[in-house]
Write a protein that binds this ligand. Structure first.
Ligand code: ZN
Length: 330
């Protein structure tokens, strides 16, 4: 019997982000795992979730607390992505040896998440024995600083100008160089730029350990949505891109450039977002997606014949299952 279900390798749940509680905890995902095995609306089989080191607790302690919570409240496979902010290799090594992987960011300096390219290279050297996969959020911080300096954040659409595609292209290029140089597995998260996707396609010819994901919202929506009413509720990072980029991403998906689809589920309540409607720099950014990861693409790309059902199953079940190796199972 063929397996029916999907994985979402990129889900923010049960954490605080930028000082704000995410709308969802592990228990909120439980009902998605209990769906009937309907091939058009399959159950969630597992997720990739994040543990970010906090100022008031060691990464190890936060990790163990969240593992327990996930086992109790979710009860399905979880692949853990760890983000150290201060922790050193000695602390993290046993956690990675136990099956977790690493998530690093080339931006978010204010939030304390930023890693320089030198630091990313240092992790690759220190993990040369384990070859732990490193997930990378790629937006070049210097370019972001430059583009935000001359552009105030008054309208939701300004987000697209303050975080341009070229910032993603530059960071992806530099990170890929490091991956190839050290033959170190990397996974580029939420690719939203077609140029960055082409860099990845090219780099894979030199090193097969490079994988990447894109998210349904970059395939289905363009930046024009950020001119609509209540657009502040749709702000996420990277932002929605130009219509021409969206179209190219769909073509690249058809060509098999993306290994997986993942939602980057990062839900905040509308009530919280509305509170920051006139303070966009501080508005918590992120949109929900785990619930519709499969169905949105099924409706909008499979039914109109843009990709096949087999491709969608590959992108949401077969390939993510390979990346889920080492996951915690309850
Ligand atoms: Zn994310």
């Amino acid at each position: 019997m063929t397996e029916i279900g999907y994985y979402d390798f990129h889900v923010h749940v049960g954490e605080k982000i930028g000082g704000h509680d995410l709308a969802d905890g592990f228990k909120d995902l439980k009902r998605l795992t209990e769906r009937e095995p309907n091939p058009e609306n399959p159950p969630l089989l597992g997720i990739g979730a994040f543990v970010t080191e906090r100022p008031d607790e060691s990464l190890t302690d936060t990790y163990h607390r969240m593992q327990e919570l996930a086992a109790q409240e979710f009860g399905k496979a979880v692949k853990w992505h760890l983000t150290p902010t201060k922790a050193m290799i000695e602390e993290i090594y046993p956690l990675l040896a136990g099956g977790a992987d690493l998530k690093l960011y080339t931006s978010y300096r204010e939030a304390g998440l930023y890693s320089s390219y030198e630091e990313i290279e240092r992790w690759m050297k220190e993990l040369s024995g384990l070859k732990t996969r490193i997930l990378l959020h790629c937006e070049d911080d210097l370019i972001l600083q430059g583009s935000s300096e001359w552009r105030d954040f008054r309208q939701p659409f300004d987000h697209t100008l303050r975080r341009p595609e070229i910032a993603e292209d530059k960071a992806v290029d530099l990170v890929l160089n490091l991956a190839v140089k050290h033959q170190h597995p990397v996974h580029i998260v939420h690719v939203s730029s077609p140029v960055a996707a082409l860099f990845i396609k090219e780099a894979r010819r030199s090193f097969a350990g490079i994988t990447c994901e894109t998210s349904p919202h970059y395939l289905l929506y363009s930046e024009e949505r950020l001119r609509e009413a209540n657009a502040h509720r749709y702000l996420c990072t990277p932002p929605y891109r130009k219509e021409s980029s969206r179209g190219k991403l769909v073509e690249l998906l058809q060509d098999g450039v993306f290994d997986i689809l993942a939602s980057d589920h990062c839900a905040f309540t509308d009530e919280l977002k509305d509170r920051y409607k006139d303070d966009l720099p501080n508005l918590p950014k992120g949109i929900p997606g785990v619930e519709i990861l499969f169905t949105s693409i099924y409706e909008d790309l499979v039914k109109p014949g843009k990709i096949t059902l087999e491709q969608l199953i590959d992108l949401t079940l077969t390939r993510p299952k390979e990346l889920m190796k080492g996951a915690q199972t309850a």
